[in-house]
Design a protein around this ligand. Structure first.
Ligand SMILES: [Zn+2]
Length: 182
């Protein structure tokens, strides 16, 4: 089984060829602004946005959550949208992209399963507050869930309406590597 120490050894090797990345100050003096696309994608390790969109560090800010649900990262989205506005003098993110994928683990568990598992493994603690908590299980089709997440984003209280309105949703097919828009 791979361990953290194995990863640290890999990092040492990788660092031998590391090219220094620009600081915020260096980017600013080079006339480079922050990425203006926010991408929300599943944390599944098979589905890597940097690979399926060929991203460089200047292209997009990537949030990875269970299934690619914005409910799991909306605070981070709002924080960085506001930081870009306040810190760089531009209008925050211009676009949001939500990507779910075929064969997603969120189709294979239920919120009840997670609730029961938490209670089983934490018998001593008060777990009543987990009942009613959504853990991101998807009980519809992936396509429908992308539509539901796009709708949810429009109702999220602190997300700018024009930003939520810019959102587009896709499903990534793990067999073909292709995205289709929902
Ligand atoms: Zn997934």
């Amino acid at each position: 089984m791979l361990t953290t120490n194995d990863l640290l050894a890999r990092n040492y090797e990788a660092s031998q060829n590391h090219k220094p990345l620009p600081t915020f100050a260096e980017s600013r003096s080079a006339g480079q602004g922050p990425p203006r696309i926010a991408l929300i994608s599943c944390c599944d390790p098979r589905v890597v946005p940097e690979e399926y969109f060929g991203l460089t560090p200047r292209d997009a800010i990537v949030f990875r959550t269970v299934a690619g649900h914005p409910q799991g990262c909306w605070k981070d989205l709002v924080a960085l949208d506001t930081f870009i506005f306040e810190g760089f003098g531009v209008n925050g993110f211009e676009e949001v992209i939500i990507v779910h994928h075929t064969d997603c683990g969120s189709l294979m568990f239920t919120n009840d399963m997670i609730h029961q598992g938490i209670q089983k493994r934490n018998p001593e603690s008060n777990t009543e507050n987990i009942i009613g908590t959504e853990f991101g299980a998807v009980s519809t089709s992936i396509e429908q869930n992308v539509r539901d997440d796009l709708e949810w984003l429009k109702t999220a209280p602190l997300v700018r309406k024009e930003l939520a309105g810019s959102a587009r949703g896709f499903v990534y097919n793990i067999k073909t590597g292709k995205l289709h828009e929902v």
